[in-house]
Design a binder for this molecule. Sequence first.
Ligand SMILES: Nc1ncnc2c1ncn2[C@@H]1O[C@H](COP(=O)(O)OP(=O)(O)OP(=O)(O)O)[C@@H](O)[C@H]1O
Length: 361
Amino acid sequence: MAPDPLVRLQAVSKVFPGGIVGLDAVDLDIFSGEFITLLGPSGCGKTTSLRVIAGFESPSSGKVLLDGRDITALRPFDRPVNTVFQDYALFPHMNVAENVGFGLSLRKLTGAEQAKRVGEALDMVGLADKLRARVLELSGGQRQRVALARAIVCEPRVLLLDEPLSALDAHLREQMQVELKRLQSRLGTTFVMVTHDQTEALSISDRIVVMNKGRIEQIAPPATLYDRPATKFVASFIGTMNLLQSRFLGRDGERLRFAAGDLPLEAISDNGETPAAGDTRTIGVRPEDLLAAAEAADGTAPARVSGVVFHGRTLRLHAQIGQGTYIVIDAPRQAEGVQFSVGDVAHISLRRGANCPVLPG
Ligand SMILES: Nc1ncnc2c1ncn2[C@@H]1O[C@H](COP(=O)(O)OP(=O)(O)OP(=O)(O)O)[C@@H](O)[C@H]1O
């Protein structure tokens, strides 16, 4: 049996003035100690979800529970929840220690206790030597850490992070992702982060909540989302996925045999259904699960190459199979010396053992 959630959103809807739907009957359980990420395109309801948990926004209907207690009507400052904002919201005229201590000033702590907590929080984020530095003297990454320290110094049960790394350049961003994950493991605090960057979500989260138009499409660990997307939206939002309309041919044990035009495919159905012979389904095929060869063979289908893009270790081939179905293939750069150019015919096949999902709709 699953443990009781720390935070539960129960049928939470949020309708803004003018009838704009921010959230549409969202059910979400967040468990103690997990790093959960809300991911989705602009306007899908990520920030609204975070603001509802923080108490900055009250739901139009539905409930917010914390440890089983209804906190829907509780004010933000009465919730054991802290937020790290996108712009950090630091006080420029205060030094680092004063910024971090600000959150504690509402609590009844002696000066010595306060200084100790501030020191510990700054130590956690690797800024113990910057106690007296002014915020304006700090780099973007250092400001980010101060904002984190200010949020963790109050020892919240839940830390909410709204695009916390978006102001950082790509290199620093990746480094901070690792640090954020490490900090979360050390603290054991529940982190709920908003991002629209799928790479960030995949690299940092225990579970990802994929949102679309105010609703949750799927909640799963990163590898499950990548390998077993539940919907076409998730399949095409996470990484690159070919969505191929395919005819059902038959079943071999667990595996369902399909064909997209001339291209034989194998898939595994998550709901156990066996389509009728000749039925069509959408099969999701990752570019790295396709092979491209110079010669035709059993199980290959010809594809006309329309683009070749350098991707480092692989070349991404853009091609068309059959009646013009567009397909993307990631081919190793030096595979047996085979190189493709625009206009070539590549012979495409599914990699043995590839686990393609059958997608509804
Ligand atoms: N205060 C508001 N008044 C009116 N509409 C709002 C308000 N806040 C959010 N919305 C609308 O609600 C929807 C969800 O917004 P939200 O900010 O949660 O999306 P998001 O996924 O965080 O997007 P982004 O990645 O762009 O920040 C959007 O259509 C948005 O325009």
